[in-house]
Design a binder for this molecule. Structure first.
Ligand code: C5P
Length: 432
């Protein structure tokens, strides 16, 4: 766990019986070399004494929002500013509700309010019947949509011995492993920038190059790859898309802090880690996933090569070869993007819509027509007839046209092109 060495973590302890397990979490973080501070709700202090955390971390935990001495020494805002990442263990049903509501009536909630949810790792713990309640599930879904990360709960025996089910707090080692994976994704810490400013670290370019972190917690949807429209279980209509451009977009968004839902057709390459991945084989399947999830998103980038048509019939068994030629009747698939354009044309707030136009001639003219017809914010025009770009290639060269009349050329590896596209999306989102 040396990844946690020197990372500034805050452990917030909620008031549930699982608070005793938070002692082990604190011990493991301290052992991994993290600079750990703790904060406790009043209820947590009824389960475990603050002195226990002081002994484990070497610093007195923050316990009282209204204690003049504590606020003077390091107030809750200073505590929030100093933390790169927060672990809330246990997250009780009550704490979940107060975090959703934006309450700030104790040192834990007040501090968390000053830290973006994408930097929270919540470890819920409660009785399985409480866990199953619509209120808890709704609070959890809202916090996830705001960017919060969740570990557990596990299934197992509850404190009330007769009860078994989901609600048991994740084990301390699982919480630390999850925190470790999430902290590894954070951009370079200001600690390094501070050190550079004071001249105590040699100015290596890779240390001062700050990655854009402008999509922190922003929910985005990316589609990728080809769809398959089956005639029967072994034959389909498709296209040569590999999904590389869409996967690069998902990866680039993830690296800027976004919460990414990646919906992909039949691709062979590995999807990037750390994104929610949903497989959708046909245009109809892709349409249903996108339609259901679109409402949660702030940006939707449709890089998938969606088949425009599908066979009118799909046989459930392999169709026997006819003796001679045969005609295949095709019907239109739903235009997913045009559907979103129409659905959000008059709506506010609406997700920013980005389409792709793969063209072999009159690139910009055709792309501009699609931008207007599908009611998009941006369209990425891609000449797929040019050698070394487009389908399957590692590099790409595109022109991005905006409904505001903007025109930007991007070229290079697909990941760099993806970053250029997110630059345009992020600057538009920040103006909303
Ligand atoms: O009209 P055309 O297929 O060139 O439009 C391409 C754009 O529209 C891409 O962003 C693609 O993902 C999207 N599209 C769609 N549904 C379809 C066809 C295309 O969303 N049925």
């Amino acid at each position: 766990m040396s990844e946690l060495q020197g990372r500034r973590l805050l452990l917030c302890v909620g008031g549930g019986i699982a608070a005793y397990k938070a002692c082990e979490v604190a011990r493991l973080f301290a052992k991994a070399g993290a600079e750990l501070r703790c904060a406790m709700t009043p209820a947590a202090q009824r389960f475990v004494a603050p002195l226990t955390f002081q002994a484990l971390t070497g610093r007195a935990p923050a316990t009282d929002l209204f204690d003049a001495a504590q606020e003077l020494a390091a107030g809750h805002i200073a505590l929030a500013d100093s933390a790169e990442f927060v672990i809330v263990a246990p997250t009780t049903a009550d704490l979940l509700a107060r975090l959703r509501g934006g309450f700030a009536d104790d040192v834990v909630t007040a501090t968390l309010l000053a830290i973006p949810p994408a930097r929270w790792l919540l470890a819920p713990a409660m009785n399985e019947k409480m866990w199953a309640s619509p209120a808890v599930q709704e609070n959890l879904a809202t916090l996830i949509a705001r960017g919060a990360n969740i570990v557990g709960p596990g299934v197992g025996e509850m404190a009330e011995r007769a009860h078994v089910g989901p609600g048991r707090m994740a084990e301390a080692s699982e919480i630390v492993a999850a925190a470790c994976a999430l902290v590894a994704r954070l951009p370079e810490t200001p600690r390094i920038v501070d050190a550079l400013a004071t001249g105590s670290v040699a100015a290596a370019p890779h240390l001062i190059e700050q990655r854009a972190w402008d999509l922190e917690g922003v929910p985005v949807l990316v589609t990728a790859g080809p769809t398959r429209e089956h005639l029967d279980p072994v034959r389909f209509l498709s296209n040569p898309s590999t999904g590389r451009m869409g996967f690069a977009l998902a990866q680039a968004a993830r690296d800027r802090g976004a919460r990414v839902l990646l919906v992909a057709g039949a691709t062979e390459i590995e999807p990037p880690a750390g994104v929610e991945f949903v497989r959708a084989e046909s245009a109809a399947e892709m349409a249903s996933v996108v339609d259901v999830r679109a409402g949660e998103m702030r940006a939707i980038v449709m890089a998938a090569a969606v088949s425009d048509q599908r066979p009118a019939e799909r046989a459930s068994h392999k169709v026997k070869k006819p003796d001679g030629d045969e005609l295949l009747r095709l019907v239109r698939t739903p235009d997913i993007l045009a559907g979103l354009g129409a659905r959000y044309a008059q709506a506010t707030p609406r997700p920013l819509l980005v389409g792709f136009a793969a063209e072999t001639e009159h690139l910009e003219e055709h792309a501009r027509e699609k931008l207007a017809r599908k009611q998009l914010d941006l369209i990425v025009a891609n000449d797929v007839s040019a050698a070394g770009q487009g389908f399957a290639a590692k590099d790409n060269r595109v022109v991005v046209l905006g409904r505001d009349g903007s025109r930007v050329e991007l070229g290079g590896p697909k990941l760099a092109v993806a970053d250029g596209i997110w630059d345009l999306v992020a600057s538009r989102l920040s103006r909303e």
